[in-house]
Write a protein that binds this ligand. Sequence first.
Ligand SMILES: NC(=O)c1ccc[n+]([C@@H]2O[C@H](COP(=O)([O-])OP(=O)(O)OC[C@H]3O[C@@H](n4cnc5c(N)ncnc54)[C@H](O)[C@@H]3O)[C@@H](O)[C@H]2O)c1
Length: 423
Amino acid sequence: MPIFQDPVEIEGHLIDSGILKYAFDKIVEHQGQFEVLDFRIGRNNQETSKVRLMVRAGSPEQLERILAALEDFGAVVDWDDCQFLAAQQDNILPDDFYSTTNFDTFVKLNGEWFPVTNQKMDSVIVWEDGCATTKKISEVKAGDQVAVGRKGIRVKPQERSREYSVFDFMSNDLTAENNKSLLIAEIAKAIAQAKETGGKVALVPGPAIIHSGADRYLKEILQMGFIDVVLTGNAFAVHDIEKAMLNTSLGVNQSTGKPEEGGHRNHLWAINEINKAGGIPKAIEAGVLKSGLMYECVRQGVRYVLAGSIRDDGPLVDVVTDCVQAQKKYIAALEDVSVVLMLASTLHSIAVGNLLRGSVKTVCVDIHEATPMKLSNRGSKQAIGLVTDVSFFLSILAAELRRHQQETVGHISHLTDHASRDA
Ligand SMILES: NC(=O)c1ccc[n+]([C@@H]2O[C@H](COP(=O)([O-])OP(=O)(O)OC[C@H]3O[C@@H](n4cnc5c(N)ncnc54)[C@H](O)[C@@H]3O)[C@@H](O)[C@H]2O)c1
């Protein structure tokens, strides 16, 4: 059998992040062979490892397939530049387009590697204004230079962070047999840290938060200023407003827990009142809506997007009913977000999960394991799935965030006392 071979180099935290094992498996899966030419192991948890391999295959096509697959593990292959082809029409891709993952990606042009900005999965790479960026099919315009093939495109696989983070060590672990309160305390710590370092936190809430009475905890979290962005649908806003205006959620009295006579009409009444006023912000201005979570979002200046669905009643005039437009608004709102809380919504959690780069810390809470499981299958090493009642989760999270906030206030007043004594 003729042998075709090429050397490749992979550098990174190859052992503890499992990258080397996956790379070897990939070569074997494609029925190729490898020979380790050189292997330098990082001597501590900061230092990276580096391996040089000779990859062998029975045909040039097979070798190319293996090398292209190895690029998903950060392998540097001595390819030529990445190829770009112009899209011939709006929303139509060149046949051999490259489809992105949620991992950081680089393209080679004029022998130099450029990072791809705005990384998200199921998109294409477009070379625009001297840099590479991702676009969804719906964003591609005629004339856009779209990356094709796989050569000259390198993906940096997700590595474990060098310091202990609950997001690294509990990711993709859906076991019911863990101490959820301790885990939620760690999540609160990560949220507080993100905020202290200028990061943004996004929330993806479902209407079960209102039905289950967990809205009182979420209200406190919003008031403490821990949430920057809310991405959800019609139902969350409608039931929140129904509760704020009529004290029912889907017609169930929130003080007695009993369905009200004719209560099924209540959410339609709430939609009608808001739409009469011209939408949520105007209803607040007019004094029609005086409390609730949407009220807090407007009051706190939290950016929100309500995306439409075929299940919607009304919908509220604030809902973006064109789903392509709604997706664009979600993408814009998620820019610079470093932590995302996905709470009791399958539709919006998965929609948001598909728009995030793999390095964004995500927490998905659902009473059934299907949604957290689907989100962890995105391959992120930064996704925690919690199978539990959202009310339990939010009650502990609010208490932990309150504790963090009190500690921060205590710390600042301690420093101020010292400063005034020194003066
Ligand atoms: N009347 C309306 O307008 C209306 C009503 C319902 C849904 N919708 C729309 O339909 C779309 C999908 O709705 P969705 O996000 O509610 O439904 P979804 O089916 O996408 O997700 C609901 C999730 O909540 C979980 N859940 C339920 N109770 C829970 C609890 N106590 N703790 C933790 N998890 C719990 C479920 O397991 C499920 O995964 C949205 O766009 C929504 O706005 C509209």
